[in-house]
Design a protein around this ligand. Structure first.
Ligand code: UDX
Ligand code: ADP
Length: 459
């Protein structure tokens, strides 16, 4: 099938950047991204590209170049679906918050609604591509919904998981390690391979069956998260011995079988994918009665929760066992640098823990606003919205956030934190002035020479 029009359902962190790059590299294809969230679509259409709903280095430039030419953002979902030969499903699949599988399984409500909508409005044959990360065998469910419409429209279902990481999404999309396409119909697979073929060499486009493709995505995220939990486990051991986790990471990373990436000890991984996908994997394994497999992967999450808890416990015990009424400045709220995404960010859980101990929290993040921070805390339901508002203040100026603080907690590895005037910061803090570097980005000797009581992860 020759693709001239693509529709992507879901204008989020995956759909937005992916479609922008597809549009840039395929000027002959009209790409329309649709969403039920009209406010989000309006933000994508904002003339001022600094107001796009998602911040990713390089994204605004591509949107500026392609928007209105062959990239469109719209709320006309039905029309865009029917016009397209290829429809991507790129909606969110959060962990279920109710019923069977609560807290573990992926909630497929949004995906199913999309499939039903496609079935309802399609009048011509379509290739339907699942882009959202989904449990194994979801393609089968989508297929069943689409094939029971009673119409004579033909649907081919493909699984095409996205491996981009936030903060580097555009680079990851432009130079992917691999593109994975799972499906039954060779013709449909080749149609999608051609779209990517505009900029990705064919040897990097893997064709598999649908189930391998779905499981590969969950497995890739589980392996990556496992590496972080592994180094974080070692970081605790380092803190009890004379070893330094950075030195250990470097030493093991030089073994070419292990490799140097993803070995940064931290306050724990966040983001919308790792925890959700592992919980999903654990749930699937348990549902087949594979308890040892489930327990094995669950440990990655248990260790990650422990790491976040350990960080705040250490902060509290260092501050003479009480943070009640003390101002703690948190630098960074996003789950990693170069993104405004805060989903599952360790900062949320550390703040919540400190708030339970009656700390007063001052937050500065270069890309995250007050509204988001309050919403993240309110979502936990630990205390009333009013209490969160009273205890947590957000600042646009890091020095104001830090002024008169008893301690600084570095939650995100934003580059700008390294360039601050740390002597000046020491001057405006309460003494002793503590720094808890959850990302190991500052130099211990330099900080101690200024006068700080500095502690980091795994040293
Ligand atoms: C991840 C996968 O990398 C990506 O392939 C998939 O498509 C989506 O999930 P993302 O969540 O955007 O991407 O970011 P990633 O760079 O993987 O970081 C996840 C979390 O792990 C962040 O909180 C990050 O700070 C943390 N991390 C990462 C560490 O703590 N140490 C590391 O060495 C690397
Ligand atoms: P991701 O990180 O997977 O891209 P996001 O939450 O950033 O997730 O984006 C998913 C988008 O999908 C949201 O903007 C949401 O409004 C949209 N969405 C969810 N369900 C539907 C639906 N049935 N039709 C259209 N858009 C939807």
């Amino acid at each position: 099938m020759k693709i001239t029009k693509i529709c992507c359902i879901g204008a989020g962190y995956v759909g937005g950047p992916t479609m922008a790059v597809i549009a840039k590299k395929n000027p002959h294809i009209q790409v329309t991204i649709v969403d039920i969230n009209a406010e989000r679509i309006a933000a994508w259409n904002d003339k001022d590209v600094s107001k796009l709903p998602i911040y990713e280095p390089g994204l605004a430039e591509i949107v500026e170049e392609t928007r209105g030419k062959n990239l469109f953002f719209s709320t006309e979902i039905d029309k865009s679906i029917d016009e397209a030969e290829m429809v991507f499903i790129s909606v969110n699949t959060p962990t279920k918050t109710y019923g069977k599988g609560k807290g573990m399984a992926a909630d497929l409500k949004y995906v199913e609604l999309c499939a039903r909508n496609i079935a309802k409005v399609a009048t011509t044959d379509k290739i339907v591509v699942e882009k959202s990360t989904l449990p194994v065998r979801t393609a089968q469910a989508i297929k069943s919904i689409l094939h029971n419409t009673g119409s004579d429209v033909n649907f081919s279902i493909l699984s095409n998981p996205e491996f981009l990481a936030e903060g580097t999404a555009i680079q990851d999309l432009l130079n992917p390690d691999r593109v994975l396409i799972g499906g039954e119909s060779e013709e449909a697979i080749e149609s999608l391979a051609q779209v990517y073929g505009s900029w990705v060499s064919d040897d990097r486009i893997l064709r598999t069956n649908v189930w391998s493709s779905e499981l590969s995505k969950l497995t890739a995220n589980a392996f990556l998260a496992q590496r972080i939990s592994s180094i974080n486990a070692i970081s605790e051991l380092c803190e009890h011995t004379e070893a330094d986790v950075n030195e250990v990471a470097k030493a093991i990373g030089m073994d070419s079988r292990i490799g140097p990436k993803f070995l940064n000890a931290s306050i724990g991984f966040g983001g919308s994918c790792f925890q959700k996908d592992i919980l999903n994997l654990v749930y699937i394994a348990r549902s087949y009665g594979l308890n040892e497999v489930a327990d094995y992967w669950e440990q990655v999450i248990i260790l990650n929760d422990h790491q976040k808890r350990r960080f705040s416990d250490n902060l509290i015990s260092t501050l003479y066992n009480t943070v009640s009424g003390k101002k703690i400045a948190m630098l960074g709220w996003a789950f990693k640098k170069d993104t405004n995404d805060t989903r599952e960010s360790a900062a949320i859980y550390v703040a919540d823990h400190l708030l339970n101990e009656q700390a007063e929290i001052a937050v500065y993040d270069p890309k995250v606003n007050q509204q988001r921070i309050q919403a993240d805390l309110n979502y936990l339901n630990t205390r009333t919205e009013k209490e969160n508002e009273e205890l947590v203040t957000t600042f646009d100026d890091p020095y104001k956030a830090i002024e008169d603080a008893h301690a600084i907690a570095i939650m995100t590895e934003w580059d700008e934190f390294k360039t601050y005037d740390w002597k000046k910061i020491y001057g405006i803090m309460k003494k002793p002035a503590f720094i808890f570097d959850g990302r190991n980005i500052l130099d211990k000797t330099e900080m101690e020479n200024i006068g700080f009581e500095y502690s980091s992860i795994g040293k």
